[in-house]
Design a protein around this ligand. Structure first.
Ligand SMILES: Nc1nc2c(c(=O)[nH]1)N[C@H]1C(S)=C(S)[C@@H](COP(=O)(O)O)O[C@H]1N2
Ligand SMILES: [Mo]
Length: 260
């Protein structure tokens, strides 16, 4: 594995050891076998159907890099340009045009629910920055586009008591948070595209948060809820010790170059 510094975290609860037959893998605390990861990436069936060279390539990639990173089960995404797949739940959830909804609620004047088409009809912003994970990997020049978080907050009308925003996800597990000031920055996006294509299921589509100036754990995948709250409610990884104020280079004891 590349560059795996020790983050200031407690070791997360081990995930179920399904598919981890290799004792070396178990000793490292890596519970995810090849079969499960293929299933998670939705590649099992596709690989079998295509067979041959593609399957071998995918197998090779996943066999060499599937591991349990301190911030989740991860594998290098084939064709992902260096991105690593992360999910703290053991699945890749899917929602599309028909069943995707993003709700904006909590301390707002007018709770709202957006379909994908509603989000696309709002002003779109595109930006290109490096992506930096708190465990060390960085992907240069990644484009995200979508609706500014502030656009959605303004549409719902944040009440005076609101000082923070909580994000929830349709994986049913992950959560994140920002202060209201952070959430109102122009580089905090509700992203619909990544590298100019719809955000894939594996990357947290159809809609994920993109918190450009912060470590990538802030960028909640499979975003389904935005709730304005009275106080900051620490998100999933923040319960394990990651900083709520996750500025790249100025938090988590790291000194990476800023991303935005
Ligand atoms: N819902 C959800 N969002 C998440 C995570 C997760 O496990 N679940 N992992 C976070 C972490 S630690 C990282 S580095 C990025 C990884 O995004 P990617 O899978 O698109 O590379 O997603 C972040 N958002
Ligand atoms: Mo991460």
């Amino acid at each position: 594995m590349e560059d795996r510094t020790s983050p200031p975290v407690k070791t997360p609860e081990p995930l179920p050891a399904e598919g981890a037959e290799d004792p070396e893998e178990q000793r490292r605390g890596s519970p995810v076998g090849r079969r499960l990861v293929l299933g998670m990436l939705g590649l099992g069936a596709a690989g079998v159907a295509v067979g041959g060279a593609l399957q071998d390539k995918v197998d090779g990639i996943l066999a060499s890099v599937s591991t349990l990173d301190p911030t989740g089960v991860t594998g290098l995404l084939p064709g992902g340009g260096g991105f690593r797949f992360y999910s703290v739940s053991n699945s890749i959830p899917h929602r599309g045009e028909a069943d995707y909804r993003l709700t904006v609620g909590g301390l707002v004047d007018k709770p709202l629910s957006f379909r994908l088409s509603d989000l696309r009809a709002l002003p779109q912003v595109r930006m290109v920055h490096d992506v930096q994970c708190v465990t060390g990997w960085r992907v240069p020049n990644t484009a995200f586009s979508g609706v500014r978080l502030s656009t959605l907050l303004d549409a719902a009308g944040v009440r005076a008591e609101g000082t923070a925003v909580r994000f929830t996800c349709f994986d049913g597990v992950y959560s994140e948070s920002l202060t209201l000031d952070q959430a109102r920055r122009g580089d905090m996006l509700v992203a619909l595209t990544m590298n100019d294509k719809p955000v894939t299921d594996a990357h947290g589509g159809p809609v994920r948060l993109y918190a450009a100036p912060m470590y990538f754990y802030k960028s909640a995948k499979w975003l389904s809820g935005i709730t304005v709250t009275k106080d900051v409610q620490p998100g999933y990884w923040e319960h394990y010790g990651y900083d709520v104020d996750g500025w790249v280079g100025k938090s988590n004891g790291r000194h990476d170059d800023p991303t935005a």
